[in-house]
Design a protein around this ligand. Structure first.
Ligand SMILES: Nc1ncnc2c1ncn2[C@@H]1O[C@H](COP(=O)(O)OP(=O)(O)OP(=O)(O)O)[C@@H](O)[C@H]1O
Length: 407
């Protein structure tokens, strides 16, 4: 049974001070029946914030109830059986992975076969699920009844392979590498044009190209059609923006390559002998068209309001909120749909005399106010998630977090 069911039985109108202890003890009574082994032990403490974990959760549930009621919540995300994509992004360290993983667990628990993909070069999905998910292939997440698979794309390794391939073998090595990424048609074109020889250092955006090629596999491959919810735990903001603009970039590049190819048509036989290929021109032109189409699909996917949503994750600090505002502006420019803003690690009001907590909370409230008046962020559905006093790690903890965040 999920904790959200129980906490929702507490009246939201409980006033801040007088009835606080009543409300809290009522919530604690309810929460005490939840069996999350790592959370239901004795009250735990977070540094100088001397509030028991459950008390702080309970207070936060009350404080987030009003905005959550005003917005379409998890029900909307879980509506329909057609495939939906969720990308979670934001500044480094704000809790993107925790939120993405908790959403994946929640979807899986609601019966949706789900994949969670990390496109962050510094992966933390394995840490979050407390399971080794490395290797660059789909790995089943343990501890769930419904299928949940995770995939950590390893762009660092791929970049190294790219570099050594291009150094060792010239254009053909690069071609093989790109071929292995599922970008065969582009590889043909690069091979034909010997552009690979020019690329002795990896081009900017290669990480994102690898991520994109995986997206393309999901979009097209029949073996992935059973997966109805695909969640991307994206890299911090800068990478994400490059990822989003890459399909456009490649589309333009392919256009240029095609034009160039027509110009060098007379040299085709020489290129054929270099690569040992027959009918390079005809088949590769078809393939190039296919690739162009796929890129178009990826571009549309990112902008499709029916199937895709980018969720911005932030924390209540001025710096993080400012970055989130810029991210939202960039996403708007790219026409990527954004509806929700998660403000993670929010401190509840402190019931103790802790000066540090009071100052920190005041600071956070200032940042929360900033969101309300920020033209880019004010229209988004605001979800506040509490700072908890244990690390969010493993499926039970992620389920717990998911029940708080994704209501
Ligand atoms: N609400 C929370 N309460 C307490 N700890 C949290 C909370 N959210 C996240 N954390 C912790 O903060 C750390 C960073 O979280 P996470 O890895 O999810 O962030 P991230 O944005 O994905 O980071 P990165 O940009 O480095 O990938 C983790 O140790 C996680 O357990």
């Amino acid at each position: 049974m999920g904790s959200s069911l129980m906490v929702s039985s507490i009246p939201y109108s409980v006033s801040a001070s007088a009835t606080k202890s009543m409300a809290v003890s009522a919530i604690l009574r309810n929460l005490s029946t939840v069996s999350y082994p790592s959370f239901s032990r004795n009250a735990r403490y977070f540094g100088v914030v001397c509030l028991p974990f459950r008390t702080r959760i309970a207070l936060q549930v009350r404080s987030i109830a009003t905005p959550a009621e005003a917005v379409a919540g998890f029900d909307e995300m879980a509506a329909g059986t057609e495939r939906k994509y969720y990308m979670l992004g934001g500044k480094g360290g704000v809790g993107k992975t925790s939120c993405a993983a908790s959403l994946a667990v929640k979807f899986a628990n609601h019966g949706f076969p789900t994949i969670v993909v990390s496109t962050d070069p510094a992966h933390s999905l394995s840490d979050s699920f407390a399971q080794d998910l490395t290797g660059g292939t789909l790995v089943p997440v343990e501890g769930l009844d419904s299928p949940l698979f995770a995939l950590e794309i390893n762009p660092e390794k791929a970049r190294e392979e790219f570099r050594s391939a291009s150094q060792k073998n010239g254009g053909s090595g690069v071609k093989d590498f790109i071929d292995g990424m599922g970008l065969g048609a582009l590889a043909d074109q690069l091979g034909d044009l010997k552009l690979g020889e020019l690329l002795d250092t990896p081009p900017p955006g290669l990480d994102e190209a690898i991520a994109i090629s995986k997206v393309m596999q999901f979009v097209e491959a029949p073996e992935y059609s059973m997966f109805k919810r695909i969640i991307f735990d994206t890299a911090p903001t800068g990478h994400t923006l490059r990822l989003l603009s890459l399909p456009d970039f490649l589309d333009k590049s392919i256009g240029k390559i095609m034009k160039l190819k027509q110009k060098i048509a007379s040299a085709t036989s020489a290129i054929k002998s270099v690569f040992g290929k027959e009918e390079v021109q005809d088949s590769s032109s078809d393939k190039l068209e296919q690739l162009r189409e796929r890129m178009g699909k990826v571009r549309e996917l990112f902008r499709d309001t029916d199937s895709t949503e980018f969720v911005i994750v932030t924390i209540p600090t001025v710096m993080a909120v400012s970055e989130s505002s810029r991210l939202r502006a960039s996403l708007r420019k790219e026409n990527v749909p954004v509806k929700r803003l998660i403000v993670n690690q929010v401190l509840p009001p402190s019931a103790s005399d802790c000066k540090f907590c009071a100052m920190k909370r005041k600071d956070q409230l200032r940042a929360l106010d900033m969101i309300q008046s920020d033209p880019e962020l004010m229209g988004l559905k605001l979800i506040q998630a509490p700072l908890v006093d244990v690390e969010i790690r493993g499926v039970p903890a992620l389920r717990f977090m998911g029940d708080i965040v994704w209501q």
